[in-house]
Design a protein around this ligand. Structure first.
Ligand code: TRP
Ligand code: SF4
Length: 409
């Protein structure tokens, strides 16, 4: 990456997210994460990667599971409409710089930060059949921080369970900048840079900085960063202004923000959250006959034992599928038919089956060329790796510089 691209990296709002390759993705992933990714790729530079190293933290005894699902995970993304012409798709383990940043960040990260991450103790308790008292599993959120910080990402679309990880990434970036971003030239450089701003920009920036520094209105700092981002200054000039804003520390690693993905409205077939481990999911690329079979077998309102018993849609997981998949006319038909025993449950399920199949049709079509020719996927991942590597190398150069890790002969 050349410095002009880096300028873009700091100024543009990069979106980054990762997914662990541990099995076929299902409609919960589609309605939760992937639809959102496909939307974001139109408005932002996006990096989406297969977090295979992360998967190994829980699957270290079965690395083949991870390896076998990497390609399929990407095919599921492509099926869902993630577009390699817009987004950069790659595999975490193809960009070794993630590991280097992980290692360097590990030097100064307090153990307590890792131990207090809520997912840490939860997962150890939930996955009792696995020994997760490992160094790698404790380091999970730190590796995630490295994934994010190495691309200077601004937005990280994740579910609510991941928000503490993003928070920790922010703390880690802040700590890194505080430790290694000191530079006595900043004040003078920032003065010169500010002199080049439009007078009204200069005045606003000054006021915002005062409000943030003297009156503790820290949210003003974000607006100040926006002004800097939007200005016509050079990269070095912007960096100096940013550094002054952050208490005289250079911003070597950008603090990311969680972009909370709205919960998928679609529950699993049994009404609980859709999850592979509950065996209540429909895969993104599920065969037609299996979709039909799974929906026909869905539990319904337990009060409807016989066809002639009236039911209550609010006690039935099929109704949740109607809400997600069918229109209001159909909803009215279900409510009326269910509560008067006018329709049978199989009849009620048919429009859901039709709608799911209709939704999946374009996904199957998009996936087919990649299934027929997996080397197309490899090409996408190679191109993604090249692009991601260039960005990661650029950040690592700045990180090593800041830490004084330069080879001097
Ligand atoms: N921890 C994430 C999950 O389980 C996956 C992940 C790894 C990730 N690295 C990331 C997500 C970086 C966002 C950004 O879903
Ligand atoms: Fe559920 Fe439909 Fe049967 Fe009513 S008719 S119990 S909503 S499947």
């Amino acid at each position: 990456m050349h410095s002009t691209d880096v300028e873009l990296a700091a100024d543009r709002d990069i979106v980054l997210s990762g997914m662990r390759p541990t099995g076929a993705l299902h409609l919960g992933h589609y309605h939760g994460a992937l639809k959102n990714w496909a939307r974001l790729q139109h408005d932002h530079p996006c990096y989406f990667f297969v977090a295979d190293w992360h998967a190994l933290t829980t699957h270290y005894e079965t690395p083949e599971v991870v390896a076998n699902h990497t390609l399929d995970t990407v095919i599921d993304w492509l099926a869902a409409g993630v577009d390699p012409a817009r987004a950069t798709l790659f595999v975490q383990s193809h960009v070794l710089e993630h590991a280097e940043l992980f290692l360097l960040l590990g030097m100064g990260t307090p153990l307590a930060w890792l131990e207090r991450v809520p997912t840490y103790k939860d997962q150890i308790a939930n996955l009792k059949d696995k020994d997760l008292l490992t160094y790698g599993f404790l380091g999970y959120p730190l590796l995630q921080a490295a994934d994010i910080l190495i691309y200077q990402a601004r937005w990280v679309p994740v579910g609510a369970d991941q928000v503490p990880h993003i928070e920790m990434s922010r703390e880690i970036a802040r700590r890194f900048n505080a430790l290694y971003g000191k530079d006595p030239r900043i004040e003078a450089q920032a003065e010169l840079a500010a002199a080049k701003l439009l007078p009204e920009q200069r005045a606003e920036l000054h006021a915002l900085r005062r409000a943030a520094d003297q009156d503790g209105e820290v949210d003003k700092r974000e607006r100040a960063h926006e002004i800097i981002r939007g200005s016509k200054l050079s990269r070095a000039e912007k960096d100096a202004l940013r550094a002054r804003l952050e208490g005289g520390r250079r911003v070597i690693l950008r603090e990311p923000e969680a972009l909370l993905t709205p919960e998928s409205k679609l529950p699993g077939l049994d009404g609980r959250k859709m999850s592979k481990s509950y065996a209540n999911s429909i895969a993104i690329r599920e065969e037609k006959a299996i979709v039909e079979h799974k929906v026909r077998r869905m539990p319904t309102d337990p009060a409807r034992v016989k066809r002639t018993d009236a039911g209550d849609p609010d006690r039935c997981p099929v109704w949740q599928f109607h809400l997600a998949y069918t229109d209001e006319a159909c909803h009215a038909w279900v409510r009326e038919g269910c509560t008067t025993a006018g329709i049978g449950c199989l009849e009620c399920k048919q429009p859901v089956i039709d709608a799911v199949l209709r939704e999946q049709q374009p996904m199957l079509e998009r996936a087919q060329p990649y299934i027929d020719n997996p080397s197309l996927v490899r090409d996408i991942l190679d191109a993604g790796r090249d692009k991601a590597s260039a960005a990661a190398r650029e950040t690592m150069r700045a990180v090593r510089d800041a830490m004084g890790l330069r080879f001097k002969s």
